[in-house]
Ligand binder design. Sequence first.
Ligand code: NAP
Length: 283
Amino acid sequence: MILITGATGTIGSELVRLLAARGIPHRALTRDPSRARFGPGTEVVRGDYDTPDSLRAALTGVDAVFMVNVPGAAAPGAHDRTLLDAAVTAGARRAVKLSAIATGDPASGPFSQWHVPGEQALRDGTLEWTILRPTMFASNFLWWAPDIRAGRPVPDQYGGGAQGVVDPADIAAVAAEALLGDGHHGRTYTPTGPEALAVPRMAAALGTVLGRTLDTVELSTADNRARLLSIGIPEHSVDGVLEGLAFVRDGGNAVVTDDVERVLGRPPRTFEEWARDHKDAFA
Ligand SMILES: NC(=O)c1ccc[n+]([C@@H]2O[C@H](COP(=O)([O-])OP(=O)(O)OC[C@H]3O[C@@H](n4cnc5c(N)ncnc54)[C@H](OP(=O)(O)O)[C@@H]3O)[C@@H](O)[C@H]2O)c1
């Protein structure tokens, strides 16, 4: 039995779909089961990191846990430690943590420290562990959809900086392998797509899928700041996010690995393949 935290989120929902398709017993954790939409093969359980008792119940009979932890009210690592303690108490053997590329690298800004304590808790603990540090998710670029549908240019937050943008489905597939397969204990993987792409090349790929040319427009730091505030990033976090954007602009995230291929035995999916799967959102 696999417990999937973050099961309603981007990566967790892909993992739920994948395990359900393979007929592997799994349990999807959410704070609100009434809002969750899963198929009949998925067991749903209520759970909240802020209510440790709910995690202990959710972990009953679980062999391995997929750990998703989002920045929020808790201190960095606190939710990871709560989940790990509950997993050990419940007798789980294995944990796979979703972390992030550049974790621990101060050059990428203060948010690079967010996953450091949680990763350390895994390394210091007694469970078999695997850490996934994926790069930028392709799904992040769904935010372009309103501009593209309205015929406006595609906004480039990254000043031409390239990234090995990865399909969330590939991250979930690597997670499934680490949860179920052998040889992944003690490994830290950095899943990326097959090539580093700046926004103009991503827009070109998306344009191919949509059958039209998409122009791009570079956002200034002031534009980026205004946008971050407009989507609800708290004022005190905006400078840190801007540091992360500058890191990308300066080439810090132009990283491509062969981790997806090594784990899955096939190349990672391209941004264009992801775009084809999500064409309707942009059309
Ligand atoms: N986006 C990127 O490009 C990127 C790149 C690299 C790494 N990452 C990492 O990916 C992680 C986010 O993954 P994601 O995008 O798949 O998640 P997501 O779509 O943001 O979803 C967040 C999930 O967390 C759950 N959650 C929130 N608070 C919770 C709580 N108190 N107790 C239990 N569950 C809670 C939510 O479940 P309910 O609401 O159903 O309870 C939801 O399923 C972050 O750690 C981030 O650092 C992101």
